[in-house]
Ligand binder design. Structure first.
Ligand SMILES: Cc1cc2nc3c(=O)[nH]c(=O)nc-3n(C[C@H](O)[C@H](O)[C@H](O)COP(=O)(O)OP(=O)(O)OC[C@H]3O[C@@H](n4cnc5c(N)ncnc54)[C@H](O)[C@@H]3O)c2cc1C
Length: 710
């Protein structure tokens, strides 16, 4: 709940001390100071949104005062600039102060709409623009024209099929079912926000790390998750990166994703056969191989829309059709990295992207703006569920999309057979509930929420949750650990040419001595200035505050290159989603409880990949290379690449769904999302989610399938 009055009076009361502190963190020079750029107004808005942070700011002010009096026997506000900076330097190990200086800088470098960057002063300072070379601005709306979402009251009592979730898997499922003549209700927990809302805010998107809830959802109150950590448990909200969410909005993650569109390699489908099963892991083969999915990769690439290279790099399987579009143009960073790779003998390729490089499927080509990952596309050239398959489903006239509605439980008949879903939402402040029946139900709520929904659907026949009599639902939660490094070059290689990832190597996906699996390495998305601040200061390349931080941002923002790579995780049965009966969401349903962690092999592979990025940056001529922090992750893996919690398999004792996504024991209940991944590849997963959903729905509607019928 916003507390505008409380925040305003706090900032007013503390104005002298806050001004002094903010202007020591971001001091005046040839460019405005933090306060001059609106820093206090920014803090006021922030604390209105997060009243729970006021106490933390009070703690920081007190720590500052204490340190000042101990060192100089004077109040912080009475010190000269050098002494104030010395006081803050002494506080750098204090987590509260580090958080505060981060927030102040975050506001200073964020979009002016946040209130701390008046006249985009910091953007001029670091020469950053969101729309270089284009005057295009966010479209007013990305709703498909002519059709809108329906009102809860307009839902029918019965549909042929209900699809839960409208992301990668859900969109494909709705499209395939509707085009095959079924009536379909898509139930989506998130809303369908205007593009403008999802295309501007640097602090509230799923790639910002400021603890604020992203506009792409979830943004509703009382929606925690519980983390099982080595040192106890912790409840976290969706603004916390540890909550481990994807976007929750029409289109799911695909509305705002980075859109890297990698196929898994043949070896990715047979990890246990290829490497054996490391102790403590539950590594397994998929119940089918690359060849079976290949035609569906083609469908995903053509029906959603991928731009990519003429070849797929090392370890790729054969492809039966080229990409529909050529890669997007790239700039100097790509060329310099290419030279470096060549000198190391590393093969490279353009990063495949679900972004149109030419007008495609009635939408324009990418304008290559500087704000891609985490944002909705202002020109609608990023191809996701919401503007491709979901639009097609709507065009049949047989699909209705109900947003802002959560499926809280599956309904069953007396025999335990699934009959539909129980839905819940809030309208005008009043909670409503409704049960809708369907012949078939498809779960595409993402790996955490699909598992949670099954676990919360307890029946006399399946008291631990539908599909969970073998205690498999929720296990094998995985995502991607990342290796990577930050390089500083003497030339300005960052030209703000979006989306950013333009060159990759696939050489380390497999065949790495002594390593199980591996992953691709690619250069990163054009960062926002506030994230650049985090990367540079986090790597210790610039100070966290003071004149040096500002100078560092001026000097290095455009000389920074980040190379990153996702590591194929080993998956363990203990890395899992459970539900926590003691902690309930706003509707009274048990929340997800995430436990477990990475396998030691994952850390080895991650550190191996990090070392390869360091080699590559060095060979490309970086003056300085800082490897990513190689520490142990505190929290379970999952996050935006979450997968694995309803494992596909041939054996009901060790899997949740059969090879066609049917929940064991339930012929009319399927899972079509990242949950079914047995392993998650050493690449971003979404193209495989799209492709496998096409395959599952083909089987559902009786279309001929390469591997079927089974
Ligand atoms: C910023 C960002 C960048 C990314 N970049 C990439 C990338 O470059 N390449 C890549 O491969 N992947 C990327 N991803 C990940 C990618 O988006 C996901 O892998 C993909 O969207 C997962 O598809 P899904 O069908 O499993 O679930 P989702 O797309 O997450 O869709 C699930 C939907 O279900 C809804 N839902 C959940 N619970 C319920 C319920 N109980 N009732 C009703 N609805 C419910 C959610 O609101 C959500 O909209 C990125 C994600 C983000 C957020």
């Amino acid at each position: 709940m916003e507390d505008t009055v409380g925040a305003a009076s706090f900032v007013l009361t503390e104005q002298p001390r806050l001004s002094c502190l903010v202007d020591t963190i971001v001091p005046p020079d040839d460019h405005p100071s933090g306060v001059d750029a609106g820093g206090l107004r920014f803090l006021e808005r922030l604390l209105a949104e997060r009243p729970d942070w006021v106490e933390r700011v009070v703690t920081v002010l007190a720590a500052c005062e204490r340190a000042s009096r101990e060192a100089y026997a004077a109040a912080f506000t009475e010190l000269d600039g050098d002494r104030r900076l010395a006081v803050l330097d002494a506080l750098l190990d204090d987590p509260d102060y580090r958080w505060f200086s981060g927030i102040v800088n975050g506001g200073y470098y964020a979009d002016p709409g946040n209130g701390g960057n008046d006249d985009a002063a910091s953007w001029s300072m670091v020469r950053w623009q969101p729309w270089p070379g284009t005057s295009r601005r966010p479209a007013s709306s990305a709703l498909p024209s002519g059709r809108r979402t329906i009102d809860p009251a307009a839902t029918l009592d019965r549909y042929d099929a209900i699809v839960v979730g409208s992301g990668a898997g859900g969109g494909v499922a709705a499209c395939g079912l509707a085009e095959a003549g079924r009536t379909v209700l898509v139930v989506e927990a998130g809303s369908w926000p205007d593009t403008r809302m999802l295309a501007t805010d640097h602090l509230r998107n799923p790639r910002s790390m400021w603890g604020l809830e992203a506009w792409s959802g979830p943004r509703w109150p009382q929606n925690p998750r519980v983390l099982d950590l080595a040192d106890g448990e912790r409840e976290v909200g969706p603004g916390d990166p540890e909550w481990g969410g994807n976007a929750m909005t029409a289109g799911g993650g695909t509305r705002v994703y980075g859109a890297q569109a990698w196929r898994f390699s043949p070896e990715d489908f047979a990890m246990a056969s290829r490497y054996g099963v490391p102790d403590g892991s539950a590594l397994a083969d998929w119940p089918f191989g690359y060849d079976e999915l290949e035609p569906y990769y083609v469908r995903a690439e053509w029906e959603i829309g991928v731009s990519g290279d003429e070849h797929d790099g090392s370890h790729a399987g054969p492809r039966s059709r080229p990409y529909p579009m050529k890669p997007l143009p790239a700039g100097r960073a790509r060329d310099q990295l290419e030279t470096g790779a060549r000198s190391l003998g590393i093969g490279t390729l353009a990063v495949p992207l679900l972004i149109s490089s030419t007008p495609y499927l009635d939408r324009p080509a990418c304008s290559q703006c500087a704000m891609c990952v985490g944002f909705a596309c202002p020109v609608d050239a990023k191809n996701g569920s919401q503007n491709t398959v979901l639009t097609r489903a709507l065009a049949t006239g047989r699909t209705s999309v109900l947003v802002d509605t959560t499926v809280e439980r599956l309904t069953v008949d007396q025999a335990g057979r699934v009959t539909g879903v129980a839905m819940v939402g809030v309208r005008d402040g009043v909670v409503w509930r409704r049960v809708v029946r369907a012949d078939e139900v498809v779960l595409s709520a993402g790996a955490v929420e699909t598992a949670r929904l099954l676990l919360n659907s307890r029946t006399p026949q399946e008291p631990a949750g539908i599909g969970n009599n073998a205690d498999q639902v929720g296990r094998h939660l995985q995502g991607h650990a990342y290796g990577g490094s930050l390089g500083i070059f003497s030339d300005e290689l960052e030209e703000l040419i979006g989306p950013g990832p333009s060159i990759a190597t696939a050489d380390f996906r497999h065949g790495n001595d002594g390593i199980v699996g591996g992953g691709i390495i690619a250069n990163e998305f054009v960062p926002t200035p506030s994230n650049t601040y985090l990367y540079l200061s986090g790597a210790g390349v610039i100070p966290r505050h003071g004149p040096g931080a500002k100078q560092g941002m001026r000097d290095l923002s455009r000389r920074m290159v980040r190379l990153m790579g996702p590591v194929q995780e080993m998956t363990s049965a203990d890395s899992r989603v459970r539900v926590d009966d003691r902690v309930r969401d706003r509707f009274g349903n048990p929340v997800a409880r995430l436990g477990g962690g990475l396998h030691p092999e994952d850390y080895r592979a991650r550190d191996f990949l990090t070392a390869r990025t360091v080699d590559w940056q060095t060979a490309a001529g970086a003056d300085l290379v800082v490897p990513m922090d190689g520490g142990t992750l505190r929290t379970p893996s999952g996050g935006q690449h979450q997968a694995g919690t309803c494992r596909m398999g041939e054996d009901p004792a060790s899997s949740v769904v059969d090879p066609w996504g049917r929940v064991w024991g339930h012929k009319n209940l399927r899972v079509a999302d990242g949950s079914v991944h047995v392993t998650n590849g050493g690449v971003n997963p979404v193209l495989t989610i799209f492709a496998n959903a096409f395959r599952i729905v083909d089987h559902m509607v009786g279309a001929p399938t390469p591997g079927g019928p089974r």
